[in-house]
Design a protein around this ligand. Structure first.
Ligand code: C2E
Ligand code: MG
Ligand code: MG
Ligand code: MG
Length: 287
């Protein structure tokens, strides 16, 4: 009996896996045409000073509006783009659009762009960045690339070489999703990072879970010790922001300050004299 049951389960998994593979192929196929079909766009999310709410810059996040599926989450299509190599073309598109956009701003805000392992270690990546900065006339210090530790594991020597060359031309480098994945502290020393981004999962657990709070404190201490600024991602509540302010975190990003949105929604903010978000900030809460 156990044998037949096992067989049934196996067939079930086989069928499910078949469907999953077809689904991935279909997404990969459609993604191939997404740039030409104008289905891609960029969402911008503000990064702000914890104490004042002043905006330092934006992270750019890729959006795909599929004609039949609607908005496909990056968590679904980015891994497929990475495995298929499509991320190289998509990544170039994102980088060009983002730099072009940022170069038009009235204020010298930064633009943070996510870069995958495959991009970072691909031939000509640094030259591509140089060319893009040249074409768009965006000063290199206004570009920040966000790299996860997974990107370093793939081919550490090539990754290091690219990062060193990018740093030499003035591009900033942030370690994304810090605390998840490999999180080898030696990566902070071995690679030329300019900033640490604490992963959203720790920020969101800060009040429910003392371990998460301890980890956030420890990362902030690490940042101080290494002289690296720390930004908290996924800040949704005033309480989380208050905690971060009290613990000495200078910068934050999350729904509290603004959801990722088309840049037109932020244009009034960017062209204003003082770019401050209206959210309750920490100074008031402190006293
Ligand atoms: P990430 O780089 O860690 O980006 C932050 C993610 O957290 C974004 O998800 C953003 O929408 C979300 N987020 C920001 N604030 C909050 C918050 O307060 N609460 C919650 N619940 N979520 C928040 P998104 O846009 O779905 O992107 C997911 C991931 O996909 C990104 O994580 C990044 O790894 C990847 N990705 C997105 N765009 C690109 C791209 O252009 N190139 C590459 N290589 N990867 C990208
Ligand atoms: Mg990121
Ligand atoms: Mg992140
Ligand atoms: Mg993340």
């Amino acid at each position: 009996r156990a044998k037949t049951e096992g067989k049934g389960t196996y067939r079930f998994f086989e069928a499910a896996m078949g469907a999953q593979i077809r689904e991935r192929r279909s997404i990969e196929h459609d993604l191939r045409g997404a740039i030409a079909n104008n289905e891609l766009s960029l969402a911008y999310q503000p990064q702000a000073q914890v104490e004042t709410g002043e905006v330092n810059g934006f992270e750019v996040l890729l959006r795909w509006n599929h004609p039949a599926r609607g908005n496909v989450p990056p968590a679904l299509f980015i891994p497929i783009a990475e495995e298929s190599g499509l991320i190289l073309k998509l990544g170039e598109w994102v980088m060009r659009e983002a730099c072009r956009e940022a170069a038009t701003w009235m204020r010298p805000l930064t633009i943070a762009v996510n870069v995958s392992a495959l991009q970072l270690t691909s031939d000509g990546f640094v030259e591509f960045i140089e060319a893009t900065l040249g074409e768009t006339k965006l000063p290199s210090h206004r570009l920040e690339i966000e790299i996860t530790e997974t990107a370093l594991v793939r081919d550490p020597n090539r990754a290091l070489h690219s990062l060193q060359r990018l740093k030499a031309i003035g591009v900033n480098i942030a370690m994304d999703d810090f605390g998840t994945g490999y999180s080898s502290l030696s990566n902070l020393r071995a690679f030329p990072f300019d900033k640490i981004k604490i992963d959203r999962s720790f920020i969101q657990a800060v009040h429910a879970n003392p371990q998460a709070a301890a980890i956030v404190r420890a990362v902030l201490g690490l940042g101080r010790g290494l002289g690296l600024p720390v930004i908290a991602e996924g800040v949704e509540t005033a309480e989380e922001l208050r905690f971060l302010g009290l613990e000495g975190c200078a910068e934050a990003q999350g729904y509290l300050f603004g959801r990722p949105a088309p840049i037109k929604e932020f244009v009034p903010l960017i062209s204003a004299n003082v770019v401050t978000l209206p959210q309750p900030h920490v100074k008031a809460a402190r006293n």
